[in-house]
Design a protein around this ligand. Sequence first.
Ligand SMILES: [Zn+2]
Length: 238
Amino acid sequence: MAFKGRPTGSAFLRFSKNHNRQNYNRLMILETFPVGPLQCNCTILGDEETREAIVIDPGDEIARIARRLTELGLKLKQILITHAHIDHVGGALKLKRLTSAPILLNENDLPLLEMMDEQAAWLGVETPEVAPPDESLTDGLTVGLEHYPANVLHTPGHTQGSVCLHFVPLKMVLAGDTLFAGSIGRTDLPGGDSEQIFESIQTRLLALPDETRVVPGHGPATTIGAERRRNPFLRGMN
Ligand SMILES: [Zn+2]
C-alpha cells in the first residue's frame, strides 16, 4: 500500500554499456508499468543477449505481464518482491506457476503474507493465493541477472521486510514503498514503524550517489539527489 501517486508510463529503454575494449553494446530491456487497483509499479528487466529476465513486484495483471515476457522473448529467472503488501505480492504465485521462476521476499514480511485475507479485506478485493518465498531477500544478497545484478538493501519501516534493490552498475534503485518522488511510505499499517523508515532512508538510500535513479513502488521515477534536495519528508537529513 502506498500514498496514491501518478502512474508512471511504460518505458522501454535500450541501454548500452561499454564492455571491455571492444566497445560492444549489451542491450537491456527495462519496462516499468503500473498494475492493479493501487497502480503498483511492476518492472521487467531483461538481457537482450541471454534472453533472461527478472520481474519485480508483480502485484496484479499477471496475464499481461506474462504476455509481455513472451512478446519480448524473455525467460523469467526470478520474481523479486519489495515487500508483502497485497498490491506488490498479490500476483507472484500466479506468475511463478506460469514460469517456474522462484519468488524472493524478505522473511521479516512472512507475518504480512499470512495476513493476506485481512489485506484483501482492506481493499475489498478477493484474497489472492500466496505461498512462502523460495528464498529470503536478506540484506547484502546479490540477486538479478548476471550482467544486471542487484544488491539487496534491507530497509525496514514501511514493513519489517521491506527491501530496496540497488542495481549498482545501472545506477538505479527500485525502492518499493520506502521512498517516493516527494513522499515516503506510510507506516500506519501492521509492521510499520516511522522511526525505522527514516533511519532506513537516511542510512541506506541517502548513502547512494545523487545520480542514482529511483523507481518507486508507486508513481513517477526520481533520483536520490532530487529527493535529497526537495522531498519535504527528508528535511534535516543529508
Ligand atoms: Zn506497501
